[in-house]
Write a protein that binds this ligand. Sequence first.
Ligand code: KG4
Ligand code: ZN
Length: 332
Amino acid sequence: MLVLGVETSCDDTAAAVLLDGRKVLANVVSSQDAVHGPFGGVVPELASRQHVRHIIPILDGALQKAGIGLRDLDGIAVSCGPGLVGSLLVGLSVVKGISFRWGIPYVGVNHLEAHLLAIFLEREIRFPYIALLASGGHTLLYRVGGFGDYLFLGGTRDDAAGEAYDKVAKMMGLGYPGGKVIDQLARSGSPKAIPFPRSRMKKGSYDFSFSGLKTAVWHYLEAQGKGRWEQQKADIAASFQEAVVDMLVRPTLRASRELGVDRIVLAGGVAANSRLRVTMTERTGEEGIEVYFPSPALCTDNAAMVALCGSHWLERGRRDDFYLNADADLTL
Ligand code: KG4
Ligand code: ZN
């Protein structure tokens, strides 16, 4: 079965072609980082306009790379939420048009579900697993019991982990998106240099909170003054990152222990973080828990994961009609 995946939920225009639910024949992404960089975050109106500009060339690129034409497709999968509604509508409208013109069945895919299943693009793992989904828009913890079986355990009460990275990077004038830059800068700093606070939730909660940490970094920068903190950039980055990683790892391991699920999967842009990957590997190793993370390019937004998720549902006969709408707040 040949399935085209389309992803336009935020600021990446992406298309992929997947064979038989697993084999990636093409996976193309056009990033808008240069457009949003000067603003230090995604500007929704600019994002949708960029999607309009790039969607057709990206689709063409993916089909060409896979060596197929539209008429070869057995189905199409497209992210229909959550995300920026203007961005989602671009992908969804184009897919509806293709589906109608060529009579190809399509399904709308929940972007979060696609992230949770992205690991299957690279390896088969057994259910159940605890999934930590940390991106620019979400920080969520689930028990994944199978395809379609997602038990919500906790989520962020304020900023998402990636959002905290992006905002701290903006405060320090490091550019957008901040995650990758801070990850890189932190390599030459000490994670113990500055004892930034860790938020703690009440016993039994698997929730997260990153806004206190973000504010603490802001106060630290103010107190030091630009002349001084400019000299400590790497230490600030490493110490901030250590606090984020700590706050992500602790509830995830606790969920694994308390639910008796000895398998953890990381997903979302922040799962590309090198420190998170090392710390998670060490800590799970100590406790005999298996941990899996997709390659960095499959952690951040991509259409291959959308195609994988859509292939699964298409194979089981799911079809969407042309009344399907984009839903900015779609939940799992
Ligand atoms: O999954 P994603 O591409 O888009 C959303 O669905 O949000 O995640 C993007 C987020 C951004 O906030 C970005 O700063 C963060 O993931 N990110 C990272 C790294 N690479 C991307 N955060 C920490 N370390 C990284 N290496
Ligand atoms: Zn995402």
